[in-house]
Design a protein around this ligand. Structure first.
Ligand SMILES: [Zn+2]
Length: 422
């Protein structure tokens, strides 16, 4: 991928910090991002790695410098979810051509550092921001991606762990240990596989599903955006994983695996390919609640030199761009058949072989849906309260988008009374 700047340049240059405006909120001073209640300094970040606060500021600086392409969001504020245990908020940058708050485009996500000590993933995310901004208008694939998708990047999902140098977050457990493994705390498959109920262990799943503020914020984010593709960046091994772990087989596993192979090929790296280890992780919840195609990256060393992480990120993003830009196989909107008004609806695939109540939904102002479906014929059911459920068959062929506008018929509340019922 052609780049006129060193991939780390953006990250390092932004460490000098220039403040900027927040989308959807009033700045408290010229170009000021929202203030943070806790500002503990990172204890042991290697050279070239920004602090949690600097990561936040980099997002707002990218938005300020590229107002037609980037918007930064305080997701904790947006969704009114609790701050982290150390009082931080969670942030994301939307990169997409246009400034409308709802662009009626498929939404895709890269999120990094659910595990706070896997810090290479943060630089991978930040470098991706640089690559996408630099590539818009110069690289045809990136230009097409940003013209047709909302790309969301959340570079630091566990800012407390990142600051404290821990895998887990900063929950103070009852037995005086610290931390919950955020990637074992999601509701889908909670306590079923991969998480530990040993309080204080490195894979401690937490006291209850979605007990953690970070998990709650991601669930709200997922419900709002219904991401069609999610990339979840970790480090510690060197592979790309998808599907469910344990004994649960995702019915679209083969198709997801084919996509994973294509992603790896596009990176030109010697990544292995595998299945997810677990349940109750971030990717599983997106798959189960939005029918998302989700991939978990293990990026190698957890704490490589910053320049090495940024260099590798270029290759990683070659794969991610290809994957995020793929034709979305099935898209459309759900509307009231009488009025044409957008109506949010649940989406299920009764014949797909899902066994754990997996479903998706339409989203946004326009009640949009986007699904990647394996090639073949699928029955898709749309349901909304007060409307008759509608099922349609859709035949998916590779590299083509099926667009259907689904018109939902209101249930008649007052059926006409029979004349002379006696
Ligand atoms: Zn991890």
């Amino acid at each position: 991928m052609p780049l006129s700047v060193h991939p780390c340049q953006f990250v390092i240059a932004l460490s000098t910090i220039s403040l900027c405006a927040i989308a959807g909120a009033q700045p408290t001073g010229p170009d000021a991002p929202p203030s943070q209640p806790v500002q503990a300094e990172s204890i042991a970040l290697p050279d070239g790695y920004p602090t949690a606060d600097q990561v936040r500021q980099q997002l707002y600086q990218a938005a300020r410098k590229n107002p037609d392409l980037c918007q930064a969001f305080d997701l904790t504020e947006l969704y009114k979810t609790p701050p982290t245990h150390d009082g931080r908020h969670l942030y994301a940058l939307r990169i997409s051509a246009g400034t409308a708050s709802d662009q009626d485009k498929p939404a895709v996500l890269l999120v990094a550092a659910h595990h706070g000590d896997e810090i290479a993933s943060v630089l991978t995310a930040l470098t991706g921001i640089n690559i996408l901004i630099a590539g818009y208008g110069t690289d045809p694939a990136i230009s097409r991606l940003l013209d047709t998708r909302e790309v969301w990047i959340a570079p630091l999902w566990n800012p407390d762990g990142y600051t404290n140098g821990t895998r887990t977050n900063a929950r103070k457990n009852d037995n005086d240990t610290i931390g919950v493994d955020l990637n074992r705390n999601y509701p889908f498959g909670f306590a079923q596989c991969g998480g530990s109920d040993v309080v204080g262990s490195l894979t401690y799943q937490g006291p209850a599903p979605a007990s953690e503020p970070e998990t709650q914020t991601m669930l709200a984010f997922a419900r709002d955006k219904r991401f069609v593709i999610v990339h979840d960046a970790h480090a510690g091994a060197f592979d790309l994983r998808t599907g469910y772990g344990c004994d649960r087989v995702h019915p679209w596993r083969e198709h997801m695996n084919r996509q994973a192979a294509q992603i790896i090929e596009a990176t030109h790296l010697k990544l292995s390919q595998g299945s997810s280890c677990c349940l109750a992780g971030n990717i599983h919840t997106h798959m189960a609640t939005s029918l998302t195609y989700a991939f978990l990256w293990e990026l190698g060393d957890k704490k490589p030199p910053a320049e090495k992480a940024c260099e590798q990120a270029r290759n990683i993003w070659d794969g991610i761009v290809v994957n995020m830009a793929q034709p979305i196989s099935f898209s459309g909107h759900t509307t009231d058949a009488s009025t044409g008004k957008p109506i949010l609806a649940a989406i299920t695939l009764p014949s797909a072989g899902f066994t754990m109540n997996e479903s998706g939904a339409t989203r946004g102002i326009a009640a949009r849906f986007d699904l990647i479906l394996p090639p073949g014929t699928h029955t898709v059911r749309f349901s909304a309260q007060g409307y008759e459920s509608t099922s349609i068959d859709v035949t998916i062929t590779p590299d083509k988008t099926e667009v259907r506008e689904i018109r939902l018929t209101p249930i008649r509340k007052n059926a006409p009374a029979l004349a002379n019922p006696n």
